[in-house]
Design a binder for this molecule. Structure first.
Ligand code: SF4
Ligand code: SF4
Length: 412
């Protein structure tokens, strides 16, 4: 009997990659033939030629932390619906089904679930072996093949007022400390030397089990060998809890990359975001890390145009980014999301003002800005050297960006 053919299309982030690796093993174990992968990631438009028109099943992993990525996911879902063979089924997973089910259900009547619902596949596919019987993977498609990734936790213990991701990933569930250390040792034993510790909120690791990221880093630093460890998704208010151990790794030149999400450097806005922390201390800590390890890649993300934010308050964030000299900055225009607390705050800014601030950030922070997302008009994302709308029909040109930067800088 011919095997059923399945294609996985990734629109989600690297945190969902590891889970999809487990899905791949599960599908193969249940007799499916895997078609070529297709990736369009959160901010790109899926190339319609990449849709496998022979697939019997297409699994689309979506993203929806902002309206830009939601538009992008829905746009590609529509494309898949129009391109797939008529009998093919689609399953939608990733974060969109939990963040905006109404919007998804308006255009899609098939099976869907969020990041905590992969075991629903057992029933949907009437599978012989269960999803839970397959091992969580240490290989994420978005990293190089020689990188060993450890998902140290899922979910988040925080309640940032603008965040919709929490609705999707749920509360914090940390990997037991000994299990995380065992995974690291397993990677070392297999000959890996580049490690990434990742999670939905890695800085909160251990808070639910009486441990901390600092303790885990200390255990890892005690191993002998030639290895490096990069960290993703550390909220600025968690940095102080693992700073000494990060410092130790920086002093050993063992931390090539550290992603600390600041979102804003203004105290009033941080209070409204429910991310209050002493940014002068965060500044000191990050500068100390740079001094200890000048080649560390410091990565951050900022939000432009949070409700009631003044231009001066946004300028504080830009000044902070320049002072730290982050190597990579993601700038997201504030995006309305369903059921988030910040949507009920007074002083929401006009879409044009949010766009202006994104453009100012691009002008001020230059090549350090790896990505700008601007909600509205279907959503626009600027990445690397290109500025493009997520909908092909409204493609912006580089000249448009240059003009917009000049305009915004002269207005500010
Ligand atoms: S909503 Fe957040 S966690 Fe979910 S896929 Fe998008 S970036 Fe990843
Ligand atoms: S720390 Fe990140 S995932 Fe958690 S609530 Fe805040 S923005 Fe959301």
């Amino acid at each position: 009997m011919n095997k059923k053919r399945v294609q996985i299309i990734m629109k989600s982030c690297n945190r969902r990659d590891l889970e999809m690796e487990q899905v791949r093993q599960y599908l193969e174990g249940n007799g499916y033939e895997l078609s070529s992968n297709a990736e369009a990631r959160q901010f790109e438009t899926l190339d319609d030629e990449k849709v496998d028109t022979n697939a019997d099943l297409i699994i689309l992993s979506t993203c929806a932390f902002s309206s830009v990525t939601e538009e992008s996911s829905l746009h590609d879902l529509q494309l898949i619906q129009s391109k797939k063979k008529p009998t093919a089924e689609i399953i939608v997973c990733g974060c969109l089904p939990e963040i905006n089910p109404e919007r998804l259900n308006a255009m899609f009547g098939g099976a869907s679930f969020g990041p905590r619902g992969y075991d629903k596949l057992d029933t949907i596919l009437n599978a012989e072996t269960r999803y839970q019987d397959y091992r969580h993977s240490n290989r994420a498609a978005s990293y190089a093949e020689d990188v060993f990734t450890i998902q140290i936790e899922q979910g988040c213990p925080c309640n940032c007022s603008y965040c919709a991701i929490k609705h999707s990933v749920g509360s914090l569930v940390s990997l037991p400390l000994e299990e995380a250390v065992a995974q690291f040792k397993n990677g070392l034993d297999k000959g890996y030397s580049r490690f990434v510790l990742m999670g939905d909120c890695s800085g909160g690791y251990g808070l639910d089990i009486g441990e901390s990221l600092g303790t885990l880093l200390k255990r890892i630093a005690a191993f002998n060998g030639d290895f490096t460890v990069s960290l993703t998704d550390i909220a600025s208010f968690h940095l102080q809890h693992c700073f000494e151990e990060i410092k130790l790794m920086c002093a050993q030149r063992r931390m090539p990359s550290l992603y600390v999400a600041v979102q804003s450097a203004n105290n009033r806005i941080l209070g409204l975001m429910k991310r209050q922390c002493d940014m002068s201390k965060v500044r000191e800590m990050l500068l100390e890390l740079k001094t200890l390890h000048p080649h560390i890649e410091l990565v951050t993300s900022i939000i432009a145009g949070f409700p009631s934010e003044t231009l001066e308050e946004f300028e504080e964030t830009l000044e902070f980014c320049n002072a730290i000299s982050f190597n990579t900055i993601y700038c997201h225009g504030y995006s309305a999301r369903p059921n988030i607390v910040s949507e009920s705050l007074p002083g929401k800014l006009a879409a044009s003002e949010i766009e202006k601030r994104c453009i100012i950030a691009k002008g001020r922070l230059g090549s350090k800005i790896a990505l700008v997302t601007i909600p509205g008009k279907g959503g626009t994302a600027y990445a690397g050297s290109r500025f493009k709308a997520l909908y092909k029909r409204t493609t912006h040109k580089m000249s448009h960006l240059s003009w917009k930067i000049k305009e915004a800088l002269s207005l500010s």
